[in-house]
Write a protein that binds this ligand. Structure first.
Ligand code: SF4
Length: 88
């Protein structure tokens, strides 16, 4: 099963085009920093990187590497966006 198949009922074109389809889903749910870096390297050249990240942010997906970002990075992005929105 491909990583994106984990998202039952949420398929879209960008998911089908994702580089992760060629790798085991578990690779994108690493248990340590080394694993995060391995997944992020695959994401780096993925044509779906941007929509993947936005999808994860919009759906507040806490686990795994999405759009080339770790869980911690996504939390920081969301926090920065909230701060920017409040500053307007
Ligand atoms: S950015 Fe990473 S997780 Fe997202 S579709 Fe591409 S390879 Fe998969």
């Amino acid at each position: 099963m491909a990583y994106c198949d984990v998202l039952v009922g949420m398929e879209s074109n960008w998911m089908a085009a994702g580089s992760c389809n060629e790798h085991p889903p578990s690779l994108f749910f690493p248990s340590d920093g080394v694993g995060v870096e391995v997944a992020k390297k695959i994401c780096a050249d993925c044509p779906s990187k941007e929509p993947c990240l936005e999808y994860a942010l919009a759906n507040r997906i806490d686990h795994g590497v999405w759009g080339g970002t770790s869980e911690r990075q996504r939390r920081r992005i969301l926090k920065a966006r909230r701060s920017a929105a409040m500053a307007r």
